[in-house]
Design a protein around this ligand. Structure first.
Ligand code: RP5
Length: 171
C-alpha cells in the first residue's frame, strides 16, 4: 500500500508494521493520516514472535529501501518496536496496541521501557498513538519533502480552525 508520491520515485518513505492482523483496527489510523498527508508508505504484518526472520529481514533492509521512519504497533508483550530498533538505525515510532487483558498497559510498558542505547519513540496507547506516530513521521520528513511539510501545516491549521470556529459546546 502506498500513499501519494512525495519522493522522487514514489517509493515508501514510512513503513507501518504491526505484530498481527488484529492490530490493523488500531494501525489503520496511522495509515489514514499518512494517506491524507500524501506520505508514501507501506503496510506489513511482521511478528516478533511468529515471524522473527521476517522481522530481521525487514529491519536490516529498511534503510537501503529508503525508509525514513518505521511506525511499529504491537500489543501485549510488545517486542516488535524494540527488536526492529535493535536491527536498524531508521527511527522506530512505537504504538502500544490496546490489549484485552491489560488495556494496553502491558504494551505501553513493553515498548517504552527500552534500556539505554536502543531508542524507541513511544506514543499513546491505541488509536491516538497510531495517529500521532504518523503525524510525527510526517514532521520528520517535512524538511526534506516540503510538500509534506505544507500538508502538515494545512492539517494543523484546519484542526485549529475547527476548534476556534466551533467553540460553543452547547451548539
Ligand atoms: C501481538 O499479540 C500483536 O501485536 C497483537 O497485538 C497481539 C495479539 O495478536 P493476535 O493473537 O490477535 O494475533 O504480537
Amino acid at each position: 500500500m502506498a500513499g501519494t508520491n512525495a519522493g522522487a520515485t514514489g517509493q515508501p518513505l514510512v513503513g507501518i508494521v504491526m505484530g498481527s492482523r488484529s492490530d490493523w483496527e488500531t494501525m489503520q489510523h496511522a495509515a489514514a493520516k499518512l494517506e491524507a498527508l500524501g506520505v508514501p508508505h507501506e503496510v506489513r504484518v511482521v511478528s516478533a514472535h511468529r515471524t522473527p526472520d521476517v522481522l530481521f529481514e525487514y529491519a536490516a533492509t529498511a534503510r537501503d529501501r529508503g525508509l525514513r521512519a518505521i511506525v511499529a504497533g504491537a500489543g501485549g508483550a510488545a517486542h516488535l518496536p524494540g527488536m526492529l530498533a535493535a536491527k536498524t538505525a531508521v527511527p522506530v515510532l512505537g504504538v502500544p496496541v490496546q490489549s484485552k487483558a491489560l488495556n494496553g498497559m502491558d504494551s505501553l510498558l513493553s515498548i517504552v521501557q527500552m534500556p539505554a542505547g536502543i531508542p524507541v519513540a513511544t506514543f499513546a496507547i491505541g488509536n491516538a498513538g497510531a495517529a500521532n506516530a504518523a503525524l510525527f513521521a510526517a514532521a520528520l520528513l517535512a524538511h526534506e519533502f516540503p510538500q509534506i511539510g505544507a500538508a502538515l501545516d494545512a492539517f494543523r491549521a484546519k484542526q485549529t480552525q475547527d476548534v476556534v470556529g466551533n467553540d460553543d459546546p452547547r451548539s
